[in-house]
Design a protein around this ligand. Sequence first.
Ligand code: TIU
Length: 231
Amino acid sequence: DPAMLTVDAKPYPYAFSPSHTALLVIDMQRDFILPNGFGEIEAGNGLEAVQASVAPTKKLLDTCRQANIAVFHTREGHKPDLSDCPSSKIIRQNAQPGNTKHLKAIGDMGEMGRLLIRGEYGHDIVDELQPLPGEVIIDKPGKGAFWQTTLMDKLKARAITHLIICGVTTECCFATTLREANDRGFECCGIEEATAGYKEDFKCPTLDMIHWSQGLFGFVASLQPLLDVLA
Ligand code: TIU
């Protein structure tokens, strides 16, 4: 297929046709990236890594736009009445007895609005990565982007078979979505510099598990070689 591109990746080169590939930008929301958002409250760790991933993600996004690759953005969040939020999630992502860090729960008022609630300022995507008209936004109640969403239908409608995946956090929504996509038959490639999380120790093993054993869940590529083949 002359339209096929190939980029160096682990565990072996990733081949994809741009017309059947989508870029999936996971949860680059203010609530996960900016101070006083849900992520900082939840993780308690620094936001340096997730903030540092914005610029490489912007490069990837711009390059995919120029290459006419379909762009899908996801946002984790819930309806204002929380009717789509499992009680298990409210309970475990909440202030626990003895937890002095995680003092706010989903739906509580934060400095950027109610945490992880659709329509609030904090729930939306950071300014640098705002979707353009024609790009798809998937609002999801879970960590994975396929659960209780129209993502599968919208990918099928565009005959997408391959997914380039980036976003936050590596250990949580990025990995869950990539694994969900792999089970549904998509050939997935995560982009190392364009994903980040809240716990530094988790990034390398999370990415290693993706490509381990001849690609257990898919591929992992570095950003620059991908930008080069798309240019
Ligand atoms: N987007 C995403 O990863 N949501 C999270 O809840 N991340 C955590 O690291 N918990």
